[in-house]
Design a protein around this ligand. Structure first.
Ligand code: PLP
Length: 467
């Protein structure tokens, strides 16, 4: 049983009313097909499919239920990897679901499959890949599973190495795929310890190294360029889990604190995962995987007597583990890329502002007498804690600060770190418990720059009551 208290979660009543009203307004747009209940000019759904009153009452209830949510789109939500999608992503997604294409086979969604291929080519180009094979997935987890699957098909007996700070999915998916997995220690900044990696590679038996570009906890960046050199030396594949930080390649190099070298190496690695549903302005259901060598497509070969009959052109289902997959995320991401641009000035402009906000917030916590930073943020995830002496005091105070901030309308997240690791990272604390709870903020919205100082002041005030 968890001892985590359920926080009272409720959206502002005005927002709930807006959700309910929006759902009602949308209903007449819910179908394109006359026989399936086309909306009439008066905004009614033809009643032969459903009782309209019942439909409207269900939507009202849904609206109220959706009110039991944190305000992810609000600037004062500065917690987990969550934010609202770009309006064009939402509109493109919604209109595409009226047709409901399936990007598995070309007969299921020819237009959306082509949009997917186009936007994947844009992603590959963003990473400087000269050739690629890739597709969208329903999540970063599935995208990473695909990269591990390909590595297993190429070397079934090899061991996979990922860092202590890598996403938990790697170890778990290795177990699922019956692949050996070992963990490489992290350094004091939360990056993969390259010396430890080198020692392990020298012992042999490794088939794949997973580097992370933007760890989930701290946003730390493994030195992909150095890891790539080691992988080449030992003839080992390199997969980069850039689910979170991949899009930051658009701004790498223009911030003196971000080393461009790990990003520059991305064009050379064997596979990359990047999630449009994290920093690509998409709603959930949009991950992606890219392989440098298109020939790995052969590893996906399977029999499917009921599909792939409309053309000799590659069907996305022929190079993915998922079967049915909505074409709507492809349409949404394609439209967003077209409007915003996967460019340094387009999406990069937004990332630059959230990165600036994170740095401003981190600087505020560094200056403050009552706050401490876990590490200097490399991207836009900031982790911080009240300046207390012992691990257990910090954990207790972080829990209380989390609740108090929520009371004041500010929503942050928590992170559990190893107490000895925190000490090794420079924290002057007594490690009287194994782990420490700290606060974590994914500063993902450009508009966070406008509230950075206010946020630091609120946290400082809350910490002031606890320190
Ligand atoms: C680095 C990294 N890899 C993988 C994942 C898993 O992605 P998803 O939640 O889309 O399955 C996450 C999620 O936060 C992540 O940060």
């Amino acid at each position: 049983m968890s001892d985590v208290q359920q926080q009272a979660v409720a959206l502002d009543p005005e927002l709930v009313e807006a959700i309910i009203a929006r759902a009602q307004q949308l209903l007449p747009f819910g179908s394109l097909w006359p026989d399936a209940g086309l909306a009439t000019a008066e905004g009614r759904v033809t009643p032969d499919i459903e009782d309209e009153a019942e439909v409207r009452s269900a939507l009202d209830e849904l609206g109220r239920r959706l009110g039991e949510m944190y305000p992810y789109g609000d600037v004062k939500y500065i917690g987990q990897i969550l934010k609202a999608p770009h309006p064009v992503a939402w509109a493109a997604n919604a209109v595409t679901t009226l047709i409901n294409p399936n990007n598995h086979a070309l007969d299921g969604g020819p237009a959306t499959a082509h949009l997917e291929k186009e936007v994947m080519a844009e992603l590959a180009c963003m990473f400087g890949m000269t050739q690629h094979l890739g597709h969208l997935t329903s999540s970063g987890t599935i995208a990473n599973l695909e990269a591990l699957f390909v590595a297993r098909e190429l070397a079934p007996d090899g061991v996979v190495l990922s860092s202590e700070a890598a996403h938990y999915t790697h170890k778990r998916m290795c177990a699922l795929l019956r692949m050996g997995h070992e963990t490489v220690p992290q350094d004091e900044l939360g990056r993969m310890d390259v010396d430890a990696l080198e020692q392990r590679l020298a012992q042999g038996g490794v088939s794949l190294v997973v580097a992370t570009l933007g760890t989930t906890s701290l946003g730390a960046i493994d030195p992909v360029h150095r890891i790539l050199e080691l992988c080449r030396k030992h003839d080992v594949r390199l997969h980069v889990d850039a689910a979170y930080g991949g899009f930051h390649t658009l701004i790498a190099g223009d911030d003196p604190a971000v080393d461009p070298a790990p990003f520059a190496a991305l064009s050379q690695v064997d596979s990359i995962v990047v999630d449009p549903h994290k920093h690509g302005l998409q709603s959930f259901g949009c991950g992606s995987v890219l392989f440098k060598d298109p020939a790995v497509g052969r590893l996906y070969l399977h029999d499917s007597p009921y599909t792939y009959f409309t053309s000799d052109e590659l069907h996305l289902g022929e190079i993915s583990l998922e079967c049915s997959r909505s074409g709507a995320p492809a349409a949404a991401f394609w439209a967003t890329a077209r409007v915003v641009g996967l460019t340094p000035d387009g999406l990069g402009g937004q990332l630059r502002r959230s990165r600036a906000a994170a740095k401003r917030i981190a600087a505020g916590f560094e200056r403050g007498a009552r706050s401490r930073l876990v590490v200097e943020p490399e991207l836009d995830i900031v982790c911080y804690y009240p300046a207390l002496n012992t691990a257990s005091e910090i954990s207790g105070a972080s829990d209380r600060a989390f609740d108090e901030l929520a009371e004041r309308g500010w929503h942050v997240a928590k992170l559990t770190v190893d107490a000895e690791w925190l000490r090794a990272s420079g924290a002057d604390i007594v490690a009287d418990s194994e782990t420490v709870t700290v606060l974590r903020s994914c500063v993902m919205k450009p508009e966070h720059l406008e509230i950075a100082d206010e946020f630091v002041d609120v946290v400082d005030d809350v910490f002031g009551q606890l320190v």
